[in-house]
Design a protein around this ligand. Structure first.
Ligand SMILES: Nc1ncnc2[nH]cnc12
Length: 189
């Protein structure tokens, strides 16, 4: 409890010299999360990409892979910093994606099942390549598991997993290169 005995309404985040107060958002009747949304936040995205690029400097990877939508700016910035291309796993199938691969994931923010698609041209580009999986927040691991499934089907090797934040149980995410950890916030009945 904070001094006023009210539950916190935001959570501070410090990334490579940039500070933000993340608003708390109820995702289940008994649980809130501190929401990180880098869309439109160039300063935070750049700070995170710079720090992650440094942490990944010794890792050999050919392509960055992320999932739509909030982490696309991070993948783009990391692509510029590392001079590697990036691939976005899509949440909706479009006809131009050809014979795409697909798999399912459960979103903590929407509580709904989503499908991730790997475009046929990206599938060809990833075959036999080493990839760095990138996300804004690794939370339940559902998106990460779906990304791993698609990489296995595309015959790409996962060389690294990187995120701005992990969330929940920190020990579960020891393999993830992350810049901060977010607690989750149980809500009393
Ligand atoms: N704390 C968080 N902020 C934004 N997106 C998330 N997805 C899962 N946890 C999240």
């Amino acid at each position: 409890m904070n001094p006023t005995h009210l539950p916190p309404r935001s959570h501070p985040l410090h990334i490579n010299g940039v500070q933000r107060d993340l608003p708390l958002f109820k995702v289940q009747p008994d649980l809130a999360i501190a929401v990180l949304n880098i869309l439109g936040d160039t300063e935070l995205t750049e700070a995170a990409a710079t720090a992650l690029q440094q942490r990944m400097a010794d890792i050999t990877f050919d392509v960055i892979v992320t999932a739509e939508a909030k982490s696309i700016p991070l993948a783009y910035a990391l692509s510029v910093h590392s001079a590697r291309p990036y691939v976005v796993l899509r949440k909706n199938y479009k006809s131009y994606m050809g014979e795409a691969l697909s798999t399912e994931t459960l979103s903590i923010t929407t509580g709904k099942t989503q499908t991730l698609y790997l475009d046929a041209k990206d599938r060809a580009a990833l075959q036999g390549k080493k990839v760095a999986l990138v996300d804004d927040v690794v939370s339940t691991g559902s998106t990460l598991a779906a990304m791993r499934t698609l990489m296995a089907e595309a015959e790409a090797e996962v060389a690294a997993v990187a995120a701005i934040c992990t969330e929940g149980d920190p020990e579960q995410w020891a393999e993830v290169i992350a810049l901060a950890h977010l607690p989750v916030f149980p809500i009393d009945a």
